[in-house]
Ligand binder design. Sequence first.
Ligand code: ADP
Ligand code: ASP
Ligand code: MG
Length: 403
Amino acid sequence: MVIVQKFGGTSVGDLDRIQNVANRVSQTVKAGNKVIVVVSAMSGETNKLVGYTEHFGDNPERAEVDMVLSSGERVTAALLAIALNQMGHKASSMTGRRAGIITDDAHTKARIERIETEAMQAALDEGKILVIAGFQGVNEAGLVTTLGRGGSDLSAVAVAGAVKADLCEIYTDVDGIYTTDPRIEPTAKKLDKISYDEMLELASLGAKVLQNRSVELAKKLNVSLVTRSSFSDAEGTLITKEENIMEKPLVSGIALDRNQARIALEGVVNRPGIASDIFGALATSNVNVDMIIQTSGHDGSTNMDFTVPQNELNDAKAVVESFCQKNEIKDASYNESICKVSIVGVGMKSHTGVAAKAFSTMATENINIQMISTSEIKVSMVIDEKYAELAVRSLHNAYELDK
Ligand code: ADP
Ligand code: ASP
Ligand code: MG
């Protein structure tokens, strides 16, 4: 079998852990498999590097930021290759560039456009273990790009798809996907299987155990994805097509996203095309807008409230301020002390009352819901950040997810 094994930050957090990863890879190779490894930077490293880039002032050039951020993964990839070679294996590390990962130009959150597999294929044919630095690629102009936080998951899935691997294993510090973050709710239960769509919702709604774009790509390329622990041999969670899952619980999981900010626009001129202009400009600046609420304001104007990821708030502010200057928005305010809690489950498609239960649970806890959005398989609520954990725990309890 060809297996892609991805190891996250905690799994390669220090030199002993890198040795532990080398042992695991070695076992997989000795069992007769061809292995491509994708690694993250050591845990905490990317945050440290982000901090460095922000030291000299606001809005550092994104291309330079990517040069800095991509370095963390180079270190772990090369160290793992060294460890494997010391054990008698033939291993080579590769940067994203060498692995042929070509992206667009959106520095710090680039999208993979294609993968040129020649170099990887040649190394595999030579019987080598490949160790690829995750989280990075290169644009057409040859500049290094990074794939957004948590992007090593995406590297792994993309590589698995490109070389038509039989399996893509994501090794992390928990032994699978749980009904909610086990660090918040210790009674959370591990799921044996979860559908791509539910996992995509959970990941998009804040469950950082998998990067959302990696799940989207796994679904598209039909990559068999397993999440498991690098510290135990426990069986992980298979992320698969909905039809492969017999039991369909009403609610599969609860997600929490603390990385949210709310922008409130008051006195927006009420003319056809204004929403298109504002949200079009935000999209051009690569700001991901999530929930939007529009209400009518005074003297024919309108109010718009929407949420964006906290780390895109500065970009969003720049766009909003430009509309304020043109007098198309009277007043704008920004609130970072909010969070979004969501319940996700394919079973919701065919059952009523799921959303109502979420609202009544918040009411019982006296938590005010600021915004709501729903889709076929999820209900999301924006609430004050100070109630984040309480909300997750009481919802987990209300839907009896510990049973
Ligand atoms: P890595 O560094 O290996 O990529 P991450 O920190 O990105 O690992 O993701 C693993 C973490 O995701 C876990 O430690 C856990 O706290 C968190 N997490 C959030 N939601 C879930 C969930 N539903 N199931 C499992 N882990 C979750
Ligand atoms: N090191 C990067 C991050 O912390 C990518 C990853 O770990 O997946 O976001
Ligand atoms: Mg991660």
